[in-house]
Design a protein. Structure first.
Length: 440
């Protein structure tokens, strides 16, 4: 038998080393190395969950279409988020803060899928079967779901494989463990090895697996960063868990566009999809005459969504002015302020500036620069913008307003919601001209 050799890996980026390092040479993180199992028996067909069918190389034209047909989740917006439905054999990681609605969404999704020919298995590592049933009764879901309250992943796969499920949900990855891994559940090594075992099972059986993951205080999914590299799709809940809306964003998707979002409202009966997010984010109760607000047509994933950017400018209470951005890129806010002061003659050096996106949606694209500038100017001058106006465009350091992608789609979405005027690249040369037009 080969001599045991310890392997250490970085829990932030997955970099491996034969010895422990205080600082990762790849991501430069400190104290991020964890030890992998020192000795692992070679895997044979008898030690796996079941004997595997030998795999041979195939030409792409020889791949059967039934292995690539997507499964509809029964939730139209969620299918759009995934790129058209659930791909068989894919592994989807969904993370979010406590109370965001991860388990609620998974239970509702399982209920929609349970009527298929193949069963849907819900592995509840955090709750008992009775607790899951109580939650199902509150959400008024059906009884066709197969519930399995177990945390031993080897036992889970042994029990589930004879059922041939189409979808399996593991809630959560931090609770499952493998007997051959010498660490406790939730440890970085256990999470890594469990994820690899789930990926191997999904690819071999064409069972789509949803994995629920907890997040750290920094908002990242707990465990090694390698976990996100192993899976096919990573979904995050955004926004405040105590708010009315739940926003799910795809930060990685091998089968669809990245940064696609799905918006839900939440109540006692669970999550309900919102088919027109623009009507939510522009604010149903928006005051048309309020100063410091500008509507921006933003491209989120593959579709245009109208958002309301709000700004507040006030005298600095202390020596150093504050610049705070909520759901916006802090660096872009600072750059826009510098351009306004230098190119538009607005003296903001001694003012506190706060900017945010209403509704909890995070917007980071450069096309929001002009909307940020107009919202700040409106708050600074205490003059509201016209209620039928939208604005979009990237602001250069020279003050020039540059073109952005998908301009016709942005304008069409604004017209659909009743906005008749737009300040866009091509119509104005620089930010000073944009301000003059907006307040004319």
């Amino acid at each position: 038998m080969a001599k045991a050799r310890a392997v250490f890996f970085c829990s932030a980026c997955g970099f491996e080393s034969p010895r422990w390092l205080g600082r990762c040479p790849s991501c430069e993180g400190w104290n991020t190395f964890a030890e992998a199992p020192a000795l692992r028996a070679a895997k044979s067909p008898s030690t796996r969950t079941s004997a595997t069918t030998p795999v041979t190389p195939l030409r792409l034209a020889e791949v059967k279409d039934e292995n690539t047909q997507r499964i509809s989740s029964g939730i139209g917006e969620f299918d759009t988020l995934l790129g058209g439905g659930i791909v068989p054999g894919s592994v989807i990681l969904i993370g979010g803060a406590p109370g965001a609605g991860k388990s609620t969404l998974m239970l509702q999704l399982a209920d929609r899928l349970a009527g298929d020919k193949r069963p849907v298995v819900y592995v509840c590592g955090e709750e008992s079967a009775a607790q899951v049933r109580l939650r199902a009764q509150r959400l008024r879901t059906g009884d066709d779901l197969v519930v399995y309250p177990e945390t031993n992943l080897a036992a889970i796969l042994d029990a589930v494989e004879p059922l041939h499920p189409s979808v399996m949900i593991v809630d959560s990855i931090q609770t499952v463990w493998l007997p051959e891994v010498e660490s406790s559940a939730g440890n970085a090594v256990q999470i890594r090895e469990s994820a690899q075992r789930l990926v191997e099972y999904a690819k071999r059986t064409s069972c789509a697996i949803f994995v629920v993951g907890h997040v750290t205080k920094d908002g990242a999914i707990a465990g090694p960063r390698l976990l996100e590299h192993l899976v096919d799709t990573v979904l995050y809940f955004e926004g405040e868990p105590s708010g009315e809306f739940r926003i799910v964003r795809a930060t990685k998707n091998r089968f669809g566009s990245v940064d696609e979002i799905c918006v839900f409202t939440i109540d006692d009966l669970g999550l309900h999809e919102v088919r027109s997010p623009s009507q939510i984010f522009v604010g149903a109760h928006r005051r048309a005459e309020a100063a410091g607000a500008c509507i921006v047509p933003s491209i989120v994933g593959s579709r245009p969504v109208l958002v309301e950017i709000q700004a507040l400018v006030a005298d600095a209470a202390y020596g150093t002015p504050r610049r705070l951005a909520a759901n916006l890129d802090q660096a872009r806010l600072t750059m826009v302020l510098a351009v306004l002061e230098r190119r538009a003659g607005m003296h903001l050096g001694g003012m506190d500036v706060y900017a945010s996106v209403a509704g909890g949606l995070r917007v980071t694209e450069p096309a929001a620069d002009l909307g940020i500038a107009l919202a700040i100017a409106s708050a600074f001058r205490n003059r509201p913008l016209p209620g039928n106006l939208v604005a979009f465009g990237e602001i250069a350091l020279s003050g020039e307003v540059r073109r952005v992608s998908q301009m016709p789609r942005r304008a069409a979405e604004a017209r659909k919601l009743g906005f008749s005027h737009a300040i866009a690249p091509g119509e104005i040369a620089d930010v000073a001209a944009a301000l003059a037009r907006a307040f004319s």
